[in-house]
Ligand binder design. Structure first.
Ligand SMILES: Cc1cc2nc3c(=O)[nH]c(=O)nc-3n(C[C@H](O)[C@H](O)[C@H](O)COP(=O)(O)OP(=O)(O)OC[C@H]3O[C@@H](n4cnc5c(N)ncnc54)[C@H](O)[C@@H]3O)c2cc1C
Length: 505
């Protein structure tokens, strides 16, 4: 395992508080309230937990036979007969994920299971590694420190950068940024920015790729929001942490135990086909459950098909949901190798300028089970990701291509042999197409008692990926609590406006 610093003691001290919490309101519901949560990923489990803590009777319906969605983990029997936990891929738990971390504090108040990654390098065959970890201070100091440190940002070349376009990055505001840039592609925005080639590849393309959308198809407004959220206005810098055990052991087992202790009914293998106002939830097979509220917290494609199959929902919701798309597929391959990579390699690296490969994670330096396997065999557990692959990508060829692309950057890969490999293609990440903000449904819908949560839902403040799932779920829980006159939960954010955004009138 890598020599981690002490556990990440990040709190919400530096976060912006978005909700006025009226302490004169009751903390729990004063009469029985039933809520069905559809989907048992981060969004569903966050909504379920926050509601169950306030006395709401919660039923979680999860289609798969395990909880966690895209963050789930499950056992795999290896060629050597041992059992290793695998999942959809390495996840970086960034420090400004205030809402998601608040949920995780329920299972570990000090978040000691989250271990800081010491470095955040971007690697490529063309340039020396560049480390984005441990940038001092919050904005604007982190930005100045990056400019001073990064060889990609040489002042002589930066003179070419387009001033007005770069100011748009620092002037993020929910209304103006989306009005001005939602119909422009992220690729066009980056072209206009006219960054030197190296800065564009290392600083922009790598981060843009990790949003799972191709720059040519992704809204520039969404990309500007993500730069604001992850770096330009993030008081915590670009540092992140990762669980020291597989996601099932570290997160889902203790979280579901906690939820069950609060009286929630968690059903796996319980897919939902449709919902009817009132609310009746119909499961695959025909069984029905009645509820006062429904939180629809599935992935975007499932939410679209449930809404399409549900009669009597408002037209605004059914037409809005039709525009919620799934983006390009992603490829993930985990290799168990006969020997270790070089000792100085970081636990996680972004990759610049390869046709497919976008990142490398060394699980044997992060997770307990992988570390034990590597100690026993002398090998390594190396996971390779491609975030926005071609539509016809196949798991086997993608694994081979990503391996050989890494070998072009890390020469020692050429001497390693894979003793086992687990590869998959995923089709469930949300698209943020040009102009999609105008029709993207929000947490609250025109259907009274129906709320949406997930990393694809339109949000009024900056958040993305896991944090968008948790933040939208907290917002959905508050909408339910509000209907019953119950005190809301606090919702946190990085500063909602850019450093140079005009003051709000
Ligand atoms: C390879 C990879 C790497 C990633 N890395 C990062 C990272 O580093 N940092 C980060 O912040 N995020 C990362 N993400 C994104 C992150 O995983 C997602 O943003 C987040 O997990 C989404 O959670 P969710 O609850 O919104 O949706 P999901 O996890 O998709 O959960 C939805 C749940 O709904 C269930 N469901 C679907 N249909 C039905 C139905 N009909 N009835 C009942 N249940 C249903 C699904 O089975 C699923 O469990 C990564 C994702 C992948 C795939």
């Amino acid at each position: 395992m890598i020599p981690f610093r002490a556990a990440a003691g990040i709190t919400t001290r530096r976060a912006q508080r978005l909700v006025r919490v009226d302490r004169s309101l009751p903390r729990t519901v004063e009469h029985p309230v039933r809520t069905v949560v559809v989907g048992g990923g981060i969004a569903g489990m966050t909504a379920a937990l926050l509601l169950a803590e306030r006395g709401v009777t919660v039923t979680v319906l999860e289609r798969d036979d395990r909880l966690g969605g895209r963050l789930s983990a499950w056992p795999r029997t290896m060629a050597d007969g041992s059992v290793q936990m695998v999942g959809h891929g390495f996840h970086a738990f960034f420090r400004q994920y205030y809402n998601w971390r608040n949920i995780l504090r329920r299972i570990d108040p000090s978040l000691s299971f989250l271990r800081p990654a010491e470095h955040y390098p971007v690697v490529s065959r063309d340039w020396p590694d560049e480390d984005f970890g441990n940038l001092p201070g919050g904005p604007p100091w982190s930005l100045f420190a990056l400019m001073a440190r990064s060889p990609s940002l040489r002042m002589s070349e930066m003179r070419e950068v387009d001033g007005p376009t770069s100011l748009a990055l620092l002037r993020y505001s929910r209304a103006e940024t989306y009005r001005e840039f939602d119909s422009m592609s992220a690729a066009e925005f980056l072209d206009r920015l006219a960054m030197p080639e190296r800065a564009r590849s290392v600083l922009f393309d790598v981060f843009a790729h990790s949003f799972f959308n191709r720059a040519a198809e992704m809204s520039a407004a969404e990309m500007i929001m993500q730069f604001h959220f992850y770096f330009l206005r993030n008081p915590e810098g670009l540092d992140f942490d990762a669980p020291d055990d597989d996601y099932q052991s570290a997160i889902w087992a203790p979280l579901s135990e906690r939820l069950q202790a609060l009286g929630a009914d968690i059903r796996t293998g319980a897919g939902v086909d449709r919902i009817e106002p009132g609310w009746t939830v119909t499961l695959t097979g025909g069984a029905q459950i009645q509820a006062d509220h429904v939180v629809l917290a599935t992935d975007p494609a499932a939410a679209r098909s449930i809404v399409a199959a549900s009669p009597d929902l408002p037209l605004s919701l059914t037409t809005g949901m039709k525009t919620v798309e799934t983006t390009a597929p992603y490829a993930v391959s985990r290799f168990w190798t006969d020997r270790d990579v070089a000792a100085h390699r970081a636990a996680f690296s972004g990759v610049a300028r390869e046709p497919l490969l976008d990142s490398v994670s060394l699980f044997h330096r992060v997770e307990r089970g992988s570390a034990q396997w590597a100690r026993r065999t002398g090998g390594a557990v190396v996971e390779l990701h491609a975030y926005a692959a071609n539509a016809d990508v196949e798991a086997g060829p993608a694994a081979r291509d990503m391996w050989s692309q890494l070998a072009g950057i890390w020469p020692e890969m050429g001497g390693l042999r894979a003793v086992d490999v687990d590869s998959r293609i995923g089709y469930d990440a949300p698209a943020f197409d040009l102009g999609s903000d105008a029709t993207r449904p929000s947490v609250t819908t025109e259907a009274e008692g129906l709320f949406l949560a997930g990393d694809w839902v339109r949000m009024p403040f900056p958040c993305a990926l896991m944090e968008r799932s948790a933040a939208s779920a907290a917002t959905a829980a508050n909408a339910v609590l509000h209907r019953h006159g119950v005190r809301p939960v606090q919702v946190f954010s990085v500063p909602t406006r850019g450093l140079l955004a005009a003051r709000r009138r």
